[in-house]
Design a protein around this ligand. Structure first.
Ligand code: UDX
Length: 462
């Protein structure tokens, strides 16, 4: 790939919005989870791509073919795309912006430290920085998850910061990728939402996404606020579905019913569907919790209080699941975990990731530790990330080590390794063969048959 670091003059004739022009060059600002995956995927779709980040360590790692987080399939694809010469990474925003035609904003929007609002500093800084460094016409595409109304404000920032005489557009194209399935979700999206486009920018983005569109990914063209809201509404709906089944699991437990069987039966109804009906410890991670809180905050600001009240309940039910598991652990230890050994299987907020942001598993482990338990955590991937967030917990390097001498074993993340574990052998390692299945994935009859006292959320005690 040709890289230009000083002389950008030859780029000026480049017409970004020309439908017959050369293939658009892509800049991706922010190379975290979203940005790194997006940059690699754009290269895989055949475009020349530069990933930009202010963190030189991240840029150096990605340039060396190393992904700074665990995401199945991404390291292989990164190596492959670096080798094609279509993909590179830099900290030099001026050079990248001067080179590219389409600029994707993929920086984080964390929850503000002092409220439920999203912190938009990074999105504003990245967008302003693109605008300031533009040397030719450009399309700025927001992908980060933002509160509705953000795009309109960013358009004002772009208008103020961009050099006079250039044609710039800012549109929203939200990303719906799941951790653990990020590559698949980016290359084969369920839908492509284009918000606030003109016919020219829509045509340009249809060229960018020509691959997935040819495969059948539906394109939804809408206004800017609708596109912003689609993303947070999707996450709010998924969170609501999880809290719904968790609320019903409380009824199941009280009535002696089995929520896992109930969920299967519900799921056969095509209007409902089986996905996101796994009752258990509830949702966590870097997206669902912060996104529903930001939507609550924004709905209230807009006077749409009902949406906010609904999501408040969803959040309450979700957090309540953590207390239910803590209560079951206390019960299993005779009312107190003080000086009792607790084996915790799982630290990641879900399997196939090393992400422990707002992880329900670690939250429960830490709460039991604070009640005086000796907690030993094992996770196949998230041991290191968990240790850096909660250094005071004990960490094991295997299931056996975690359950050894335990008075109670908690399965808090449904890794296959735990679901497939051999209960008869593990029972022999514990002090007391008592297990709490907080994800509803263990075979209760098998564990009970191997001598375990078995408790699960939404499943009656034997
Ligand atoms: C989510 C959205 O799915 C994705 O579209 C968006 O772009 C980012 O947020 P992710 O955070 O990777 O993706 O996780 P997801 O697979 O949605 O799971 C979220 C949480 O819900 C996890 O903690 C998971 O354990 C929990 N969950 C999921 C349940 O408790 N029950 C279920 O049935 C499904």
């Amino acid at each position: 790939m040709s890289t230009r670091t000083t002389d950008l003059s030859d780029l000026f004739p480049r017409s970004t919005f020309d439908p017959d022009g050369p293939a658009p060059r892509i800049a991706v600002l922010g190379t975290g989870y979203l940005g790194a995956t997006h940059a690699v995927a754009m290269a895989q779709l055949g475009m020349e791509v530069v990933g930009v980040d202010t963190d030189p360590n991240k840029v150096a790692m990605l340039t060396a073919g190393k992904v700074p987080f665990y995401e199945p399939g991404l390291p292989e694809l990164l190596t492959e795309q670096l080798a094609t010469g279509r993909l590179r990474f830099t900290t030099d925003v001026a050079e990248a912006v001067g080179w590219a035609d389409v600029h994707f904003v993929c920086v984080g929007t964390p929850q503000s430290k002092t409220s439920h609002a999203a912190d938009l500093r990074f999105v504003e800084a990245a967008t302003t920085s693109i605008a300031r460094h533009l040397t030719h016409d450009a399309l700025i595409v927001g992908k980060s998850t933002v509160p509705v109304g953000t795009g309109a404000r960013l358009r004002e920032l772009v208008a103020d910061a961009a050099p006079a005489g250039l044609r710039t557009e800012l549109v929203w194209n939200p990303e719906f990728l799941r951790e653990g399935k990020a590559v698949q979700d980016t290359l084969h999206p369920d839908r492509i939402v284009l918000g606030g486009t003109t016919p020219d920018s829509e045509a340009l983005l249809r060229r960018v996404y020509a691959g997935p569109i040819a495969e059948g990914s539906p394109v939804v063209v809408c206004d800017l606020p609708t596109a912003e809201l689609v993303k947070v509404s999707a996450n709010a709906f998924l969170a609501t579905k999880i809290s719904f089944i968790n609320a019903i699991s409380g009824v199941c437990e009280a009535a002696g019913a089995d929520v896992t069987v109930l969920a299967d039966a519900l799921g056969h109804d095509v209007r409902i569907g089986r996905q996101f009906l796994d009752a258990g410890l509830g949702f966590g991670g870097g997206c669902l919790p912060k996104d529903i809180r930001a939507l609550m905050h924004r709905s209230n600001e807009l006077g749409a209080h009902q949406a906010s009240a609904l999501l408040q309940q969803v959040d309450e039910i979700n957090m309540g699941q953590r207390s239910r598991v803590i209560d079951l652990a206390l019960e299993a230890c005779g009312g107190s975990v003080l000086n009792r050994r607790v084996g915790v299987l799982g630290a990641a907020f879900k399997p196939h990731t090393d992400d422990v942001r707002d992880s329900p598993a670690l939250n429960v482990a830490a709460a039991l530790h604070l009640r005086g338990a000796q907690v030993t955590v094992y996770d196949p991937q998230a041991g290191d990330t968990a240790r850096s967030s909660f250094p005071t917990l004990g960490y094991a390097t295997s299931v056996d080590e975690a359950v050894e001498g335990a008075d109670v074993v908690l399965v808090l993340t449904e890794w296959d390794e735990f679901v497939d574990a051999e209960p008869a052998r593990l029972a022999g390692l514990t002090h007391q063969a008592s297990v709490i299945d907080a994800r509803g994935k263990l075979d209760a009859a098998r564990w009970r048959g191997a001598g375990w006292s078995f408790r699960g959320l939404g499943r009656a005690a034997a």
